[in-house]
Design a protein around this ligand. Structure first.
Ligand code: IPM
Ligand code: MG
Length: 352
């Protein structure tokens, strides 16, 4: 029996509801496969920890996480604490310190789910550069509060950073429909974005079988809505892909469905897996959060651990529940609760 050490950080808001559901499902899939098991440790880090201790996680938090095979993460964000404190104190601290430079976000209409689009089928993966760009954290503020106050927020694009995410995206395109859309804003942003386009062209010569399309980010929003079927793999900067992935998530029926992997493809550090939806304080504590995003995230986690059969079995169970008109949470137009959807997926796993 292969043991995997899994760090679980439910975090804030509905993370505390959907992650325990996801852990149940992950344990069930492991039991069903019978070849591996999870050794799970939970961490109560997040905004409540901040209220008690003044920090989102302990000073040695990253050292504690380092020894795990993967991190299963809920969300951060709290109405009482500024977002930039909660985010940089936990989620971004983990992503950046563990050099999880590839943020991978599949989006597709699961069977039985109706998206907002009348035509066109969405089945894509957004590859988001996750270590630099607009999130590099460079900049500062001077003359606070004075009329002369100035703030800078500097985007950083390095050849190394752009090349590695490009190679990752091309590799991924090779495993799918062999089509890659390189998204930039190189008409207006003529330094970093032009470097991005140039490196894409260089890397493309190593992948002659991948068809490459260059698209500006504003135009890309219309492509998502009007021609979703033309999109396979998308590679974009940290901020551009952040925005596009919310759009893709909404087009796949609900923000409650989409998964995310924050990967260190070189496996020097643990990678981190989280649903895309965030803390969703408006529905917290009501038991109605959609756990499908966490379950799909679990499938990405299994894939990363090399448990492809288990990942597939989990996706099949999820799709059986969506296709068969099984229970639906309110974000999908139903009245079921988190527990009902979890039960249905657990039954599908048991029957699978
Ligand atoms: C996401 C979120 C985060 C991001 C926020 C919460 C910082 O929007 O995971 O897409 O922009 O990275
Ligand atoms: Mg986002």
């Amino acid at each position: 029996m292969k043991p995997y050490r899994l760090a679980v950080i439910p975090g804030d808001g509905i993370g505390q509801e959907v992650i325990p559901a996801g852990v149940e499902v992950l344990r069930a899939i492991a039991a069903k496969q019978g070849t591996f098991a999870f050794e799970i440790e939970s961490f109560d880090w997040g905004s409540d920890h901040y209220r008690r201790h003044g920090v989102m996680m302990p000073a040695d938090g990253l050292d504690q996480l380092r020894r795990f095979d993967a991190i299963y993460f809920g969300s951060v964000g709290d109405p009482e604490i500024p977002d930039h404190i909660t985010l940089w104190g936990l989620r971004l601290a983990i992503c950046q310190s563990f050099d999880q430079y590839a943020n991978v976000r599949p989006a597709r209409l699961l069977p039985g789910i109706e998206g907002p689009l009348r035509k066109g089928k969405l089945d894509c993966v957004i590859v988001r550069e996750n270590s630099e760009g607009e999130y590099a954290g460079q900049g500062g503020r001077s003359h606070r509060g004075l009329p002369e106050e100035v703030a800078t927020e500097v985007s950083i694009f390095t050849r190394r950073g752009v090349e590695r995410i490009m190679r990752f995206a091309f590799d991924l395109a090779m495993t799918r429909r062999r089509h890659l859309t390189v998204v930039t804003k190189s008409n207006a942003q003529r330094h970093g974005m032009v470097l991005w386009d140039e490196i894409a062209r260089e890397v493309a010569t190593d992948f002659p079988d991948v068809e490459v399309r260059f698209e500006l980010v504003d135009a890309m929003t219309t492509t998502f809505v009007l021609k979703p079927e033309s999109i396979d793999v998308v590679v974009a900067t940290n901020l551009h892909a952040d925005i596009l992935s919310d759009l893709a998530s909404a087009l796949s029926g609900s923000m409650g469905i989409g998964p995310t992997a924050n990967l260190d493809p070189e496996r020097r550090f643990p990678s981190m897996f989280e649903p895309i939806h965030g803390s969703a304080f408006d529905i917290m504590g009501k038991g109605i959060a959609n756990p499908l995003g966490s379950f799909w995230t679990g499938a990405l986690l299994l894939d990363h651990l090399g448990e492809a059969a288990a990942a597939k079995a989990l996706m099949t169970a999820i799709e059986e529940v969506t296709a068969s008109g099984g229970p639906r949470t309110p974000d999908l137009g139903g009245q079921a609760g988190t527990a009902d959807v979890t039960e249905a997926v657990l039954s599908a796993i048991a029957a699978g």
